[in-house]
Design a protein around this ligand. Structure first.
Ligand SMILES: Cc1ncc(COP(=O)(O)O)c(C=O)c1O
Length: 425
């Protein structure tokens, strides 16, 4: 294995020509593969098929408190659904609102609320001049797009191995009143797989924002998505803030999208103080009630903590070999040729890799031209622009093992080609 960082010009040309032939052969195979989004694979979806039979014409439709789930009402969610989500997340049951099929849409709702109505006795965000939102990056592109959509300025915050760069967060938030919030994926983050340390969570709770209406959007989408038998612990931000009397700061989100059926799961929001009051009122105006039939299906299927984590173990057994294929290939190709670095996630849905500066876009383009679609380079950064053009998000969950084997072989070739190309002249 050659270390490309030490090749001279002739060797670069030689390696390039060799790899180009292998690449052209790949192209002739007419591969068509999508590794761009973090979607569960078909065998994962099959794990939840029995959910569809838990509420049907032969079963009863009555939830706790004699609620007929076929009818309107119970806007903030079935009691048993709140018990369940509290039991599996450890977050106080009274903080929860059970929503519809998407936590992302609840995040959108919360941002819209603050835009239109404001909070904490301060003017609505839309009436304040320029407002900004912090975006730990690489992060989840759809978060960034929501705040961009509402016209906020997105401010990039670097991610460390234990969470966002808190020195920078504190410096900005505690001084600049135009900063209104921050996006967080605190456990097995998308895409870096980072879980925030206790110290980071405490520093979040201890922020002294210049803006009285500053909010932490705490999207715990991967709270139960372990790739190892031991979960990585995460402190409860709600309680940490509660202790410090900062009930208005955090808003937590969860969903069963990657537990049962994405797009047909259950979403949850958890918050305190006036946030809880305001959002309950907002949803009572917005809807006569979310889909309680689906809530009952989920409670009957997922049952309790033991059954739930057993279900998540089945997901893990499907996903672990997929992650291993990618990680093993990366190790064998790049451990001694460090033109690519990567994270080894303990959970979540992604592997985040970094090429040398200026090679990510070209790598993704080469993959695409040979039939493998990856997430666009830069997508994990505000405005879709990675200042280093180095980060690529790999999403190994959807393709089959054979497809992944083929895709990662091609990917490794493209990483090398992009690097050599850049150093050819
Ligand atoms: C961090 C994160 N939050 C939210 C979502 C979407 O969640 P939902 O399906 O509940 O809208 C995703 C989907 O990939 C995600 O990665």
């Amino acid at each position: 294995m050659k270390n490309f960082l030490f090749l001279n010009k002739n060797e670069i040309l030689e390696e390039y020509n060799k790899l180009l032939k292998v690449y052209e052969n790949f192209k002739r195979k007419n591969i068509k593969l999508d590794m761009s989004r973090g979607k569960p694979g078909i065998s994962q979806l099959d794990l939840s098929l029995d959910l569809l039979d838990t509420v049907n014409s032969k079963s009863d439709f009555i939830a706790r408190g004699k609620i007929d789930v076929r009818n309107y009402g119970v806007c903030d969610g079935l009691e048993e659904m709140k018990d369940f989500i509290s039991e599996v997340t450890g977050v106080n049951k009274d903080y929860f609102i059970v929503g519809g099929n998407s936590s992302l849409s609840m995040m959108f709702d919360a941002i819209s609320f603050f835009m239109i109505h404001g909070s904490c006795g301060v003017e609505p965000w839309c009436k304040q001049k320029k407002i900004k939102f912090l975006c730990p990056s690489p992060g989840y592109d759809r978060h960034f797009r929501i705040t961009e959509y509402f016209g906020m300025e997105l401010v990039m915050i670097p991610m460390n191995s234990d969470g966002p760069d808190m020195d920078m967060v504190e410096q900005l938030v505690n001084k600049d009143a135009s900063i209104k919030g921050i996006w967080c994926v605190p456990k097995y983050s998308n895409p870096g797989g980072v879980t925030y340390s206790d110290e980071v969570v405490r520093r979040f709770a201890n922020l002294e924002p210049a803006a009285p209406d500053f909010k932490i959007f705490w999207d715990n989408a991967y709270f139960a998505h372990d790739l190892t038998p031991n979960t990585v612990p995460l402190l409860d931000i709600a309680e940490e803030c509660n202790k410090l009397n900062k009930q208005e700061m955090p808003i937590l989100f969860y969903s069963t999208s990657k537990i049962t059926f994405p797009g047909s799961g259950i979403a949850f929001m958890a918050c305190m103080g006036s946030n809880l009051e305001n959002f309950k009122k907002m949803y009572s105006v917005k809807t006569v009630g979310f889909d309680k039939i689906n809530q009952l299906r989920h409670v009957r299927f997922l049952k309790d903590r033991v059954n739930f984590f057993n279900h998540m173990k089945k997901h893990r057994e499907i996903l672990k070999p997929k992650f291993d294929i990618i990680l093993n290939h990366l190790s064998s190709e790049f451990e001694r040729n460090p033109i690519l670095t990567w994270n080894v996630p303990k959970g979540g849905y992604f592997i985040s890799v970094n090429t040398v500066s200026g090679c990510a876009k070209r790598t993704v383009q080469l993959c695409k031209e040979a039939g493998v679609n990856l997430t666009d380079a830069g997508a994990s950064f505000p405005y879709g622009k990675d200042p280093e053009d180095s980060n690529i998000r790999l999403a190994p969950t959807f393709p089959s093992l054979n497809e992944l084997e083929c895709a990662i072989r091609l990917f490794c070739i493209c990483v090398k080609l992009a690097f050599l190309e850049k150093n050819l002249y």
